[in-house]
Ligand binder design. Structure first.
Ligand code: AP5
Ligand code: MG
Ligand code: ZN
Length: 207
């Protein structure tokens, strides 16, 4: 199945994507993770993306689309994929349609005012990318891989505010776009993590 996970910063895309990918046996492709990995390794893509990530702005469409296009050509995407954080603009959505049209788009519907709190309390594993939250008892060492648990650079208050504004202006219109395409599956992202997962599994079974 070719799936897209749509949602505001902090809506729970990464958290749910790991579970969906495992359940469906498809690769989890997060453009944000790809940029952070490139940044860490100081590749040309990482250097291009650096300033955008730091400001909470979007990396230019051409750069992102090319990365996704190449990633979707890899062998493990033959039986489907789960995109997390892509598309984020109408131009990216149109590009994806031409490359590999999705079968369904899961929108994690969240209250934007609550997300700043989720993001400022988020901690992530520098090794495997697992997400934690200080309110849910974030460990210092990852329980999955033993890596150090750190705060993401762009989870500082000023950058979080910028990311939410960019989401409203650029990405939220994709909800209507995919509704019009008949692909939208809306899920209440404000329930607890397990309830969100259960709702997604149920919705996918009905497809
Ligand atoms: P990206 O990495 O995609 O960041 P984002 O969209 O801001 O999303 P997040 O990863 O912050 O949130 P999430 O929805 O994954 O939430 P999570 O599951 O972690 O992108 C980063 C940057 O890269 C962008 O700003 C941009 O610069 C660039 N970029 C990436 N893709 C791009 C593209 N296509 N085009 C252009 N530029 C691009 O959960 C958040 C927290 O909440 C965690 O602590 C978690 O434990 C907790 N939580 C999750 N679910 C729940 C729940 N149900 N209840 C309570 N707490 C919860
Ligand atoms: Mg994420
Ligand atoms: Zn880890």
């Amino acid at each position: 199945m070719k799936l897209v996970l749509l949602g505001a910063p902090g809506a729970g895309k990464g958290t749910q994507a790991v579970r969906i990918a495992k359940n469906q046996g498809i690769p989890h492709i997060s453009t944000g993770d790809i940029f952070r990995k490139n940044l860490k390794e100081e590749t040309p893509v990482g250097l291009t993306a650096k300033a955008y990530l730091a400001k909470g702005q979007l990396v230019p469409d051409g750069v992102v689309v090319e990365i996704v296009r190449l990633r979707l050509l890899e062998d493990d995407c033959k039986n489907g994929f789960l995109l997390d954080g892509f598309p984020r603009t109408l131009a990216q959505a149109e590009a994806l349609k031409a490359i590999a049209a999705p079968d369904a788009v899961i929108n994690l519907d969240a209250d934007l005012d609550a997300l700043a709190k989720r993001l400022s309390g988020r901690r992530v594993c520098g090794g495997c990318g697992e997400s934690y939250h200080v309110d849910l008892g974030s460990p210092e060492v990852c329980t999955k891989c033993g890596g150090a648990v750190i705060q993401r650079e762009d989870d500082k208050a000023e950058t979080v505010a910028a990311r939410l504004l960019v989401y409203k202006a650029e990405t939220a219109p994709l909800i209507d776009f995919y509704r019009a395409e008949g692909l939208l599956v809306n899920i209440d992202g404000m329930q607890d993590i397990d309830a969100v997962s259960a709702a997604i599994r149920q919705a996918l079974r009905r497809l």
